[in-house]
Every structure is written in structure tokens, then in C-alpha cells.
Design a protein. Structure first.
Length: 137
């Protein structure tokens, strides 16, 4: 069987593109690679991409001279986690608190990792996690 090399893209569906772009750029520190009215793409580190789609704005297939992207969409509070170093855990916690982000929960994982949960402006449940969360991280 061919081997998967890793997860390339994660998508969140948002109500207010400008508000979400500002959150992920200004609060989370991600670098924008593309911004349109209905799509934003951020460098999420280690060759990964965070995609933000305007909720309801990508339900139809998109055709171009490069090919076809099937329509997709999502609703409700989705979840994603950002990998951080153990040394930066408290720095991240302080940074997010100073930005007015409310923490929703914290875990001390059996493998030694720590993580805490918070929400983005669309109530998606985000997490920052240190190594030791999973056997492969």
C-alpha cells in the first residue's frame, strides 16, 4: 500500500472571513499565503496549511483550466490542534489570555504531553499541544 506522508491541509468554515483572517494572523501568528472573499490559506508550519472557507461559499464544484475541486462545506464547532514545544506552553497560554481568548479546558496526557483548548471567533474548538499527546507526537 502507498504510504501517507502527512496531513497537508485542514479546513475550517467561518462566518466572517475578515474577522477569522485577523484572528489566525494576529492572534495565532500564522502567515497568510492566499486571501480571497471566500478562501484564506495560512502556513501552519511543517509543510501544513490551514484553509478558511466562507461557510456556504464552497458548496459547488469549482472548475478551472487546472481541473475541478469538488464542493464541500462544514457546520458546527469543528476541532483542530496546533503542535507547540513543551517550552512554549506557558508562553502560548499567556499570549492567548492577553489577546482575550478564553481557555475552555486543559489536559495532562499520559504520554507526558500537555494541551489546552480555546475557541476561535466561530466557536471552533482549537488546541495547542506539546509532544507526548500521541505515540507519534
Amino acid at each position: 500500500m502507498p504510504k501517507i506522508m502527512g496531513l497537508l491541509e485542514t479546513a475550517l468554515y467561518v462566518e466572517d472571513m475578515g474577522r477569522s483572517v485577523r484572528f489566525f494572523r494576529d492572534v495565532m501568528g500564522l502567515v497568510s499565503m492566499l486571501e480571497t472573499e471566500t478562501l484564506a490559506a495560512f502556513d501552519a508550519g511543517s509543510g501544513t496549511v490551514l484553509l478558511l472557507f466562507q461557510r456556504g461559499g464552497s458548496t459547488q464544484d469549482t472548475h478551472s483550466d487546472m481541473g475541478t475541486i469538488p464542493g464541500h462545506d462544514g457546520s458546527g464547532p469543528l476541532h483542530m490542534a496546533f503542535a507547540i514545544t513543551a517550552e512554549s506552553y506557558e508562553e502560548w497560554r499567556g499570549h492567548l489570555r492577553r489577546a482575550g481568548v478564553v481557555e475552555r479546558g486543559e489536559m495532562r496526557w499520559r504520554g507526558g504531553g500537555r494541551s489546552f483548548y480555546f475557541e476561535d471567533p466561530d466557536a471552533h474548538v482549537l488546541e495547542v499541544a506539546t509532544p507526548g499527546l500521541w505515540p507519534n507526537y
